[in-house]
Design a protein around this ligand. Structure first.
Ligand code: AMP
Length: 658
């Protein structure tokens, strides 16, 4: 076992040098090290977190709350201010405040990058305009807001590798994919914000999804967090809203009585399973609604509803919500979906896993949301079990199915290491790994249980590492604070349970460590997908021992598929496991071809009510060969009944028909 560790560290050193994770910069500073000063004891976390939260909240839309700016606005153009106040009434005032102030605040400043074409008239035009006016024209820039929204940036993007990810689009009259953002007309505001966000070219899912959504086709996409799927739906939706304007929604809000005016009628709704994911989508929406009249909002459970209601009342054109909290808001009369033209279900499989189906159906089918075919619906899911297919049948109209190769399995951006570590040696092995990691690198450590997360965090703290932890028992504030500390690099080690595996958008994670491997290979893929995101290089190390026997075969297949080094003991174990006759009853790995799902319409018979035999087009990963028949029987023939579906099949035909 000593030899294994030596060999491992030899390889690891090479890996670290490739990733610029030099052993010299380790984080361990002993119990009195500098890093320790940053640790926030559990009893103080809420207090700090609430401060952090309110800071963030107030800065998020500070423009509308900034008294000085407001008065300077008046002094600049009192006409604008008074016309605005009288036009709006109390319900919509805050919303206009936000936009108005940001415009007037920087009335004298130069135009920002990306909006070179925008010409400001002598007096700020917006001050005299109403919402019925042209929503497609950008509002004046705000240096402060721009700094806040776009200063993060993405560095180290390795698009060449990312481009190889195969994508297949199936469905009738599928629009051709684009190569550049400029290949499709998304208008001045979106193009300016794409430039500010420094998105130089679309990711594979964006290349396909943007033209599909622009052509108002419904979409079911198999793409994961990390693939750029958020912008893939936000960009075309927002661009369409800018082109079309608010339409009836604004009229409805105005025609309502005083109380009802407080009810908001979003034009677009994005449903997401977790608070973390909802906030990420919201942050992305803020970027792409910069200089527009669209005001995005986010609501999620576990946080103060009063504050969220007050924020909604300031105007809401695009709403990101977790299902439970949205139902609550609807029942309180705060949200009406009567004019919701765009519906997105993000991580639909996870929402069903979490038991949100009744709430989703309540929102989509049993309220005032326009029916399918009238609204435009997009569904994103990493896997396609039967329940998801049923939902697609019920919610989508003549949709295009988009299968995007998994980031994390086929991607060579992630180096995956599997090492044999006995249970009792895990902590010391982890310390060695952390000491070999550069102090600026973010490391995510996954453990199986909440208790395990707490005790590992305590252990690392006592060893002098600045770390935080995140799991289901932590309050929302604690989780947000831990994430913030991690993102800022103040606690560059984050100990997490599976609950945090999804939806985390942390661009700089260099190393994912599976301290405890999951029993489920899907979960493994999600976890390692936290590194090597959008073309960045990453490393994933997994501690394996006899407790993980159940994942052996799937893990082996995945490593082979991703062209990773496979330890010989793992091969032997997989062989033994197979010949002992596993009770799992699967003859084939679910990882064939690198997709989380495929269009079941392709191999279903005529029995399915929403079936329309689809034609297909494919791009990327050109070496995969020709598309042949996928075989398979009737509806669901490609999907197993154990809730995964799509990734493996009972036929001896893989994803690519080989
Ligand atoms: P998502 O899969 O939507 O969670 O996106 C993952 C990350 O990729 C986010 O930080 C996005 O800001 C970033 N991103 C999305 N699209 C692009 C692009 N075309 N170029 C660069 N970064 C992108």
């Amino acid at each position: 076992s000593l030899h294994v560790i030596e060999v491992f560290f030899g390889t690891m050193n090479q890996q670290f040098s490739g990733l610029d994770l030099n052993a010299s910069g380790h984080q361990s500073g002993g119990a009195s090290g500098a890093s320790k000063g940053r640790y926030i004891p559990p009893h103080l976390r809420n207090r700090d977190a609430s401060k952090g939260l309110s800071d963030r909240e107030s800065s998020a839309w500070s423009c509308g709350r900034d008294k000085d700016a407001y008065s300077s606005f008046g002094s600049r153009d009192s006409r604008g201010k008074s016309s605005y106040v009288s036009d709006r009434g109390s319900g919509a005032r805050g919303r206009f405040d936000d936009r108005g102030r940001s415009g007037c605040d920087s009335a004298g400043s130069r135009d920002r990058a990306g909006f070179g074409k925008f010409q400001r008239s002598e007096h700020s035009r917006w001050c005299e305009r109403s919402d019925e006016d042209d929503w497609s024209k950008p509002l004046p820039p705000s240096e402060r807001l721009e700094q806040e929204l776009f200063s993060g940036g993405n560095t180290g993007i390795n698009f060449e590798k990312y481009d190889d990810i195969p994508v297949e689009a199936t469905g009738n009259n599928c629009p051709p994919h684009i190569e550049n953002f400029s290949d499709v007309d998304m208008g001045e505001i979106i193009m300016g914000n794409i430039e500010l966000a420094r998105y130089t070219r679309p990711t594979p899912v964006q290349k396909h999804a943007i033209p599909i959504i622009k052509e108002k086709r419904d979409l079911m996409a198999c793409a994961q967090t990390g693939s750029g799927k958020t912008a893939a739906f936000l960009l075309p939706i927002l661009s369409q809203i800018y082109t079309d304007g608010p339409g009836e929604a604004l009229k409805a809000a105005k025609e309502n009585g005083r109380y009802e005016r407080r009810k908001q009628y979003p034009l677009s709704l994005v449903l997401a399973p977790t608070r973390e994911l909802a906030v990420q989508i919201y942050e992305e929406a803020r970027k792409f609604s910069y200089r527009s009249r669209v005001r995005p909002c986010v609501v999620y459970g576990g946080a103060c509803i009063g504050q969220q209601i007050r924020d909604l009342e300031r105007g809401c054109h695009l709403l990101v919500a977790t299902p439970g909290r949205l139902v609550d808001m609807m029942e309180r009369g705060k949200i009406g979906l009567d004019f919701c033209k765009y519906l997105v279900l993000d991580e639909a499989d996870r929402m069903l896993d979490m038991g949100f189906e009744p709430q989703i159906r309540r929102i989509v089918e049993q309220d005032t949301m326009p029916p399918k075919g009238v609204r435009h619906t997009m569904m994103f899911s990493a896997t396609f079990p039967k329940e998801i297919q049923m939902l697609a049948c019920d919610f989508l109209d003549e949709y295009i199915f988009l299968a995007v190769g998994r980031v994390g399995s086929t991607s060579e951006n992630i180096t995956q290491k599997v090492v044999w570590v006995d249970e009792m040696d895990k902590r010391s092995f982890l310390l060695d790994l952390l000491c070999a990691t550069g102090k600026d690198s973010l490391t995510l450590v996954f453990v199986e249980t909440k208790k395990g997360a707490d005790s590992l965090e305590d252990f690392l703290y006592h060893e002098g590492f600045a770390c935080a932890s995140i799991h289901g028992d932590r309050s929302q504030r604690d989780r947000e604070e831990a994430l913030r500390q991690f993102r800022l690099g103040k606690s560059p080690i984050l100990v997490a349970t599976a609950v945090a595996a999804r939806g985390l958008d942390i661009s700089n994670v260099k190393h994912v460590i599976n301290f405890d491997l999951p029993s489920d290979i899907e979960e493994y893929v999600h976890r390692i997908g936290r590194t090597g995101r959008v073309g960045n290089l990453g490393l994933a190390t997994s501690f394996f021992n006899e407790r993980n026997a159940n994942i052996t075969k799937d893990l082996l297949d995945l490593l082979i598929e991703a062209k990773q080094e496979v330890p010989s003991w793992l091969k032997n174990m997989a062989f033994e496991h197979h010949h002992k006759g596993s009770s799992r009853g699967r003859s084939k790995s679910r990882f064939t071809g690198g997709f989380g799902g495929r269009d079941y319409r392709q191999n279903s018979g005529s029995g399915s009510s929403c079936n329309n035999r689809a034609s297909s087009s494919r791009s990327g990963g050109g070496s995969h060969g020709n598309s042949r028949g996928f075989g398979g029987g009737g509806y669901g023939g490609f999907y197993s009944s154990d809730g995964y579906g799509g990734n493996y099949n009972s036929q001896s035909v893989d994803w690519w028909g080989n």
